[in-house]
Design a protein around this ligand. Sequence first.
Ligand code: VGL
Ligand code: ZN
Length: 210
Amino acid sequence: MVVANELQEQAALNVREPQPQVRRALILVDIQNDFCPGGSLAVREGDQIVPIVNELQKRFDLIVATKDWHPQGHSSFETLWPPHCVQGTRGAEFVPALDTSRITRTFLKGTDMEVDSYSGFFDNEHRRATGLGDYLKAQGVADVVIVGLATDYCVKYTALDALALGFNTTVVRDACRGVEVNAGDTERALAEMAEAGAEIVESRKLLEQR
Ligand code: VGL
Ligand code: ZN
């Protein structure tokens, strides 16, 4: 039968389709002006990760980024945080020193007025996906390496969701900094990520590999 033959041919073609080669991705979490010294929600030494992140990027074939991207008057500004990363403002832009030339996709989060989004994958109520998970899976990614701001919020929740989605997850400790609303939050966040299955490494370990 013509139709069946066509289906078989189609199936055979699909089998021969090249699989995506990229297996490992670097995720840059919220490396934005407002999270760096001088910004409205400044993370101490937030800017110091940038040279390390730029060096790490050279070791990756696939680099993606997230941006905290809030509408004006976002609900989190009334409760937890000062206004920050408002869409279209300078504070929401990537830090100028960050090499952005090889970022293939940027995923925006925190765009819903009422629901915040710390993770780069889902909002805090896990109602909406940003598309990051599907994108990485479509690229054949199995391993993710996470860097950025802030260790105790967006890096942490991005790492926990990455693990839940089945990615082998590494967090580069010295390529992240925490907000430390309470002293010790950063260390506790690292312990929590490790407990959930993330590997916590120093950048040196990745930069030494050839
Ligand atoms: C973040 C607090 C509020 C972060 C974002 O990127 O870690 N923290 N919005
Ligand atoms: Zn935010």
